[in-house]
Design a binder for this molecule. Structure first.
Ligand code: SF4
Length: 699
């Protein structure tokens, strides 16, 4: 803790999104005051979520004692930590002795610190010896991660610092509404525009971000891939390709060029609804800029073809010679607070720390040595997030589930079915700070510490590792996830060393990641305190870190980035005569992910108290829906209900719902769990629905 204006203050970062805005926490009569702190990503700014983040620390909604029920249907009752942890151990042992190690599964979250994500992966593989661990980051960044890995040999969301964005002459932003999801980020785009740069936004909605752009392309949901192919087609036809770059720094162009030839602008206009003139203007702005960037986000990625869609935009970036050049490149805007670090250190089903692959014998040997076990004792890859959840309670699926930092009853696609699957487990344990919808369904609930009550590190959307610092003690009765995992591992007689000291866990993570793709070996707490943040890879303590990747080559074996041939396909579920409208989903400024935290903060609830459906006036008139009326959104999987918000900012063939609420207003009751074949990302961003007004004048 340092001094802020003569008062002791703690320098830390926001608990929510991947921008990881810097803040100072200062003790006050009401608990902690939050103030923005100068940092390259947020330049002192915070959004409303950040300003109000301390309100949950002493909220009455907070869990402060373990809860347990003996039988499903009984109420949850307060119990001691010993009773709760003994029950977890007993249930794990009983399930595994009857059905084998993989019958117990673990589900993590992209908001967990690096230390927690790492220890959770170790706990699953060493203490439980189960292959079945995955996390909700599978629902967020996995398509971009898969596409980046196959093109560049490495997955770091932004391969350059956020500050570089303001130096780009053109930015193509695909499927991101940063003005509402991470408002301080807009400073970088505003500076880019002040410097004379062009901003092109691709989004089916005219969001505040799109409204501020030089050019807004408004394609139908699920057609971004066709749009990318069309832009590349125009660049080829107009001889705007950087042939020298393609020859010197890439491979595979010969396989991509013939595919792109078939995506002439008029065809792309028919598929996407974006006019030929707009396509040509966008291609020109991007391809003639000296420095240009293509940034993708969930709008492009959360599809059954999300990996291929991102690959199409990476192909465009490579053809224009952007990656590795100053002020240029492709990047993914990561969403969850530790979406980047959370996918690097072992809570993914196929992964070991350091972004190592679980099926790589060398990786297994390295990590097994750090964990003090034999490599053959490490389980193999397990099921991806949706597949894991959907197999719960089935004959060959897990029968017990331990959840840390995730609210899958709200955040999983086809959420009603997932709630039923949870109900069919023999045992469910949830660690959370509030009684989320998922915790409310559990047999044991463990009350966990919040961000300001524990130490740790996160890796922001730039790949910059930063420190989260403890500003105050957790309430009596609350423990950290690290303490819970270490205690459970000891009770399960797990081999190796288990500690709840965050810096010791981080040092072990450094050793486990050493030599891997995400190499943290040279990053220490002392360095982070001294330098404010360090970009990975950082293989040794005298290495400066790597703010900019690809300046000298790509980590692909031959040093070249790889073009990947991809083709457009329709959405997994297209509209028809009955389900005649597209549904797309997303976030609002005031709420975060499943809303478990932000729906318990008064200022945020009063700003946006309930879900809504954005409907174009033409569509509303056709169906007979007035602004503010309740409407049912029905798909083949179920229906959700919310108030109509009639607006011409959305396409007439598309409606939008934010996904932050549980119950009947949960947009994921409707969404499609069709999975990307590579990333296993569900198709959150498009499905076919039918709208109907809800008659409310009959009691
Ligand atoms: Fe927190 Fe993200 Fe808002 Fe910054 S933009 S204050 S990190 S929620």
């Amino acid at each position: 803790m340092g001094m802020v204006g003569g008062v002791p203050g703690t320098s830390t970062h926001c608990p929510y999104c991947a921008l990881q805005c810097a803040m100072t926490l200062t003790p006050s009569a009401s608990g902690l005051d939050v103030s923005g702190r100068e940092f390259p990503t947020n330049r002192g700014g915070l959004c409303q979520k950040g300003w109000t983040s301390a309100d949950l620390l002493r909220s009455p909604a907070r869990l402060t004692t373990p809860l347990m029920r003996d039988r499903r249907g009984d109420p949850l009752e307060p119990v001691s930590w010993d009773a709760a942890l003994d029950r977890v151990v007993r249930e794990v042992r009983a399930t595994q002795s009857l059905r084998g190690a993989d019958s117990v599964a673990v589900f993590g979250g992209g908001g967990l610190t690096n230390e927690k994500a790492y220890l959770l992966g170790k706990f699953a593989r060493v203490a439980l010896r189960t292959a079945n661990i995955d996390y909700n980051g599978r629902f967020c960044m996995s398509s971009a991660a898969a596409a980046a890995s196959r093109a560049f040999g490495i997955d770091r969301g932004l391969p350059f610092p956020v500050e570089d964005i303001s130096t780009a002459d053109a930015v193509l932003l695909v499927g991101s509404n940063v003005a509402e999801t991470m408002p301080p980020f807009v400073q970088h785009l505003a500076e880019q525009r002040r410097n004379g740069g062009a901003l092109i936004v691709v989004d089916p909605r005219r969001t505040p971000t799109a409204a501020d752009a030089t050019l807004h392309l408004q394609p139908a949901p699920g057609t971004d891939l066709a749009l990318a192919l069309g832009l590349l087609h125009i660049a080829v036809a107009d001889d705007l390709i950087d042939h020298a770059y393609v020859a010197a720094r890439t491979s595979g162009w010969d396989h991509v060029a013939p595919l792109v030839a078939a995506w002439w602008p008029e065809r792309v206009e028919r598929v996407t609804g974006t006019s030929v003139g707009e396509l040509r203007l966008a291609a020109r702005l991007l391809a003639t800029a000296d420095r240009a960037m293509i940034l993708t986000a969930r709008g492009a990625e959360q599809h059954a073809k999300g990996t291929d869609t991102v690959s199409a935009f990476i192909n465009l970036a490579l053809a224009l010679g952007l990656p590795g050049r100053s002020g240029s490149g492709w990047g993914c805007l990561t969403g969850q607070g530790n979406g980047q670090g959370g996918r690097e250190h072992g809570q993914k089903a196929d992964q070991l720390p350091g972004y190592r692959r679980l099926d790589d014998p060398h990786a297994r040997a390295h990590v097994a040595k750090v964990w003090d076990i034999a490599p053959e004792d490490l389980p193999g890859p397990g099921r991806s997030a949706y597949e894991l959840l959907d197999s719960l309670g089935t004959d060959d699926g897990p029968r017990a589930l331990l959840v840390f930092g995730s609210n899958v009853v709200v955040s999983a696609p086809r959420s009603d079915r997932i709630a039923q699957r949870l109900g069919r487990t023999d045992f469910l344990c949830v660690s959370d700070l509030v009684l989320s919808e998922t915790a409310a369904a559990a047999d044991v609930v463990l009350p966990t510490a919040q961000w300001a009550e524990e130490d740790g590190t996160l890796t922001n959307l730039e790949g910059r590792v930063i420190r989260r610092r403890r500003a105050l003690a957790p309430p009596p009765g609350v423990r950290t996830d690290l303490a819970v995992l270490a205690d459970l591992a000891r009770r399960l007689a797990a081999p190796g060393r288990w500690t709840d000291d965050a810096s010791e866990v981080f040092d072990e993570l450094r050793a486990a990641s050493a030599g891997g793709i995400a190499d943290y070996a040279g990053i220490t707490y002392e360095r982070l305190d001294r330098e404010g943040g360090v970009f990975w890879p950082c293989p040794s303590t005298d290495h400066p870190g790597t703010p900019r990747l690809f300046t000298d080559g790509f980590p692909t074996g031959d040093g070249r980035a790889r073009f990947v041939p991809v083709e457009h396909t329709p959405p997994a579920e297209d509209i028809d005569g009955f389900y005649d409208t597209y549904l797309t989903t997303g976030r609002v400024l005031q709420h975060y992910q499943s809303g478990a935290q932000t729906r318990r903060i008064e200022a945020l609830v009063s700003a946006v108290p309930e879900p809504y459906v954005e409907i174009h006036p033409l569509l509303a008139a056709r169906i007979g829906i007035d602004d503010g009326a309740r409407v049912r959104v029905r798909s083949r999987r179920g229906s959700a209900e919310a108030r109509a918000h009639i607006t011409d900012t959305i396409r007439p063939d598309t409606v939008f719902m934010p996904f932050h609420w549980g119950g009947i207003g949960n947009a994921n009751r409707v969404t499609n769990p069709a999975l990307d074949p590579i990333s296993r990302m569900p198709e959150f961003k498009v499905c076919a629905v039918q709208l109907e007004p809800i008659c409310t004048d009959v009691e």
